[in-house]
Design a protein around this ligand. Structure first.
Ligand SMILES: [Zn+2]
Length: 148
């Protein structure tokens, strides 16, 4: 008796134990269900990994880039839409005011000659990074990142 026959023997025995009898269609049904299950697992897994291709976004007139580590967004920073170099973040002004509406952060490109690329009102760099991270997570969750 070879290995396959032996396994088949056990399967038949299992069917007989559970249902009291065995017919060939039962085995095929089991094979079919198992295959569907595998396809389902693979599709869920590949879908959950698909967002990893999403690594940049254009927000507040600048480019934001990041990496993933264990599903978390890391190394999030802003880059110049013209030359692609990392921007300087000037949020000194945020500390001098208590008014949330006048808290402004400037994103400046040193390579383009210290030109202001973006001006974000509402908070300092931590606030802006939090906002951008929130937007990225929202797009991953809603599956809207593919359209850009
Ligand atoms: Zn630049």
């Amino acid at each position: 008796m070879n290995y396959i026959e032996m396994v088949m023997g056990y399967i038949k025995l299992a069917f007989i134990n559970i249902f009291g009898y065995y017919e060939a269609w039962m085995l095929w049904l089991c094979v079919l269900v198992a295959m569907l299950f595998i396809v389902l697992i693979v599709s869920i897994f590949s879908k959950s990994e698909e967002y990893r291709k999403f690594r940049s976004i254009s927000l507040y007139n600048v480019i934001w880039k990041w990496k993933y580590k264990k599903g978390q967004i890391i190394s999030l920073w802003c880059y110049c839409p013209e030359c692609g170099s990392p921007l300087l973040c000037d949020d000194e002004y945020c500390r001098s005011t208590m008014m949330l509406t006048s808290k402004t952060t400037f994103l400046i490109c040193p390579k383009c000659g210290d030109i202001e690329k973006s001006r974000i009102v509402g908070g300092d760099r931590n606030h802006i990074l939090k906002m951008v991270r929130f937007e990225i997570q929202k797009r991953i969750k809603n599956n809207t990142y593919k359209s850009g």
